[in-house]
Design a protein around this ligand. Sequence first.
Ligand SMILES: [Zn+2]
Length: 206
Amino acid sequence: MDSIDKLVEIFRRFPTVGSRTAGRFVYYLMKQPKQRTDELINAILELKNKIKLCQLCFDPFEGEGQICKICSNTSRNKNLLCIVEKETDLSSLESTKKYTGLYFILGGTVATMRKEDISQLRIEELKKRVKEGNFTEIIVALNPTPEGRTTSVLVEQSIREVWLSIKPAGPEQSRRITHLAKGIPVGGELEYIDEETLESALEGRK
Ligand SMILES: [Zn+2]
């Protein structure tokens, strides 16, 4: 495979990029001075060397320690957890500035309950997080797609399983699982929804 085809193939693997766009990227890069392409190469290397996954929420971050800024922020509500499919969903919710709890990135959704599918998700990590955290409310904020719904069932089962095995912090303290309110179009994805709709879906959760 020559170097043009090889690079086209690499760009084609990017989300939302088809062969034509991939081709345009490659021709664009060919026209750039070497300094520009070096800049790109170094930025990619830096990304891989400096970015780590938060040990609590699994959001990628750059900085000291093993915990991201959100998880280590003491003014956030430590009793509230929001489970999302991917990083961009976390960013969407964060941009509403209405959510003050913590997050957990599941790492995907599944179409079936098959073991090999489920193993692609961070279910075991989630159970550990729920067990060690002291959450009184967990919002399951997966996309309203068929996969999102199947995955929500699995996630809820896992949370209940853990909660059954541990006592609540106080005798009168209730624990609940909630969902974003309707308003997010069926089949829609959190990352493409405007802030206002997302904000009201968050406020109207039940
Ligand atoms: Zn984190």
